[in-house]
Design a binder for this molecule. Structure first.
Ligand code: ATP
Length: 313
């Protein structure tokens, strides 16, 4: 694929990866999906998507988290997002997309969803369709449950399939060490394992957000937040990937306030009190040999935004 040539109009948008501070999963619905109750928080690990004017749709994936498994055809989430916007706003042309990936693929951090959100925003600017965030959020929800949150960023409660968002009040900045894995976990497989684990024990309760976690976020108290984080998918993810138990053990032994599987995993997010402890823990995890990668991030991070518009002049 040709590189984006000088002189061509292009726009770069950035969208964040997420962790789930609380993830409650309800019973399996008739539509094959589970209702969830999620507290999303965006973290400072970003996807950058550049959209350049073109008559066709194409995508190139680069960056430290790029892998050969990412589809480069019309099933790529950034391409799906760009095509959806073009159809919705009657845009005749296409876009040459370049995704710079930092968020691990199939890592439970919504990386593909961030690509879709950034592609929507970049193409909206490139094509001057000026939909605005509310209309983009409606399109986003049809692309995937986590896409609206990647547009919004910050901290939010997600219900329904995770796409019905309410921004949450909160203060403080949290320090995390993310332990990543080169082998992803398929989200449907993790839900399947949860259903298997639950079979025979009656229908699951409807998911809800415990008051204590919203209280911790309002106070901006990392100790209280650590005591409140929870993920209903954690046991299913660790059953499919037993190595995660070892990672959790290493982090907790090294003094993390809490260790939590993010979404459907296998990324584990460790909450620490300060930036110095984050550096210490990152070194311990890397030296343990139990993880493939470590990232120090903070939260909450901003939602999708334009980084660079280029007019080509
Ligand atoms: P979530 O937490 O939202 O369930 P995830 O972070 O676990 O998702 P993603 O990295 O978003 O997982 O990708 C899930 C799958 O989507 C990948 O295995 C890949 O096949 C497909 N995919 C399509 N487009 C993209 C993209 N632009 N980036 C990454 N994966 C993509």
């Amino acid at each position: 694929m040709a590189a984006i040539s000088a002189g061509k109009s292009s726009v770069t948008a950035r969208a964040p990866g997420k962790i789930n501070l609380h993830f409650g999963v309800g019973p399996l619905g008739d539509d094959g999906y589970h209702d969830v109750a999620s507290v999303y928080q965006a973290v400072t690990l970003y996807e950058d998507v550049t959209a350049a004017a073109s008559s066709e749709f194409s995508v190139t994936v680069t960056g430290p988290a790029a892998t050969p498994d990412i589809p480069l055809d019309s099933s790529n989430l950034a391409v799906r997002a760009a095509r959806l916007l073009a159809e919705h706003a009657d845009v005749a042309g296409g876009a040459e997309l370049t995704v710079h990936k930092n968020v691990p693929v199939a890592g439970g951090m919504g990386g593909g969803s961030a690509d879709a959100a950034a592609a929507l925003l970049a193409c909206d600017r490139l094509w001057h369709t000026n939909l605005g965030k509310a209309e983009l959020a409606e399109l986003a929800a049809t692309l995937g449950a986590d896409v609206p949150f990647a547009l919004l960023g910050g901290t939010a409660v997600g219900t329904g399939h995770g796409d019905k968002l309410t921004p949450a009040l909160g203060r403080g900045r949290y320090h995390w060490v993310l332990a990543t894995s080169e082998t992803g976990l398929s989200t449907p497989r993790v839900y399947g394992e949860l259903d298997r684990q639950r079979s025979g024990s009656g229908p699951a309760a409807d998911p809800s957000i415990p008051d204590v976690i919203m209280h911790a976020l309002r106070l901006g108290e990392s100790g209280l937040l650590a005591a409140s984080v929870h993920n209903d998918l954690q046991q299913a993810a660790t059953a499919l990937e037993p190595r995660l138990e070892e990672v959790l053990h290493v982090g907790e032994k090294a003094g993390a306030l809490a260790g939590l599987v993010s979404g459907s995993g296998p990324t584990i997010a460790f909450l620490v009190p300060h930036a110095e402890q984050a550096l210490d823990l990152a070194l311990i995890l890397a030296a343990s040999g139990a993880v493939d990668g470590v990232h120090r991030v903070t939260s909450p991070a901003a939602g999708a935004r334009i980084l660079r518009p280029h007019d080509g002049h």
